[in-house]
Design a protein around this ligand. Sequence first.
Ligand SMILES: CC(C)(COP(=O)(O)OP(=O)(O)OC[C@H]1O[C@@H](n2cnc3c(N)ncnc32)[C@H](O)[C@@H]1OP(=O)(O)O)[C@@H](O)C(=O)NCCC(=O)NCCS
Length: 152
Amino acid sequence: MIRKMTKEDVNTVYDIELKVQSHPWSKQQFAEAVEIYVSTVIEINQKVCGFCILQPVLDEANLLLMAIDTDMQGQGLGYELLIESIDQLKNSPVQIFLEVRESNVVAIALYEKSGFHQIDLRKNYYPQSKGGKEHAVIMVKSCSDDFQALFS
Ligand SMILES: CC(C)(COP(=O)(O)OP(=O)(O)OC[C@H]1O[C@@H](n2cnc3c(N)ncnc32)[C@H](O)[C@@H]1OP(=O)(O)O)[C@@H](O)C(=O)NCCC(=O)NCCS
């Protein structure tokens, strides 16, 4: 089941975040995400095992963060969560943007499967745990066939 994230979910999603990210969001950022973004969770057997945070901006949106708990990855849950979370956006975005670490080939494959394609590379954008920087891949998904809407 996919549903809206609530403040009661914050501890659980934060625990997932700590497991999967080298530079995790803080608990406070998740608490704010419940209030200001379109934040969803996926539950299996009443256990939250993933989350997705989308930021609507005018007639577009940004995918800020998503994750599936380590022991539940590779079962199609990330794809299901992403597609359904996008469906829950009320602003009917004409396009959705995201940025992702260049090394995150699993996430990039998920995003490509979900209709995103690479449009840019932001060089030396992300800090790395071992020091140094990593490029960010910028991706976009067009949600409209109306060519004019994309550029107006
Ligand atoms: C990225 C992430 C959300 C994917 O979730 P998931 O539930 O494991 O992904 P799914 O099982 O839905 O797979 C969807 C697609 O992703 C790709 N994928 C998934 N696992 C993969 C793997 N181990 N290797 C390569 N591609 C993979 C495939 O294209 C897959 O589609 P397919 O099964 O038809 O081939 C999950 O791996 C994760 O939480 N990673 C850590 C956090 C993160 O990187 N978040 C994204 C950046 S913020």
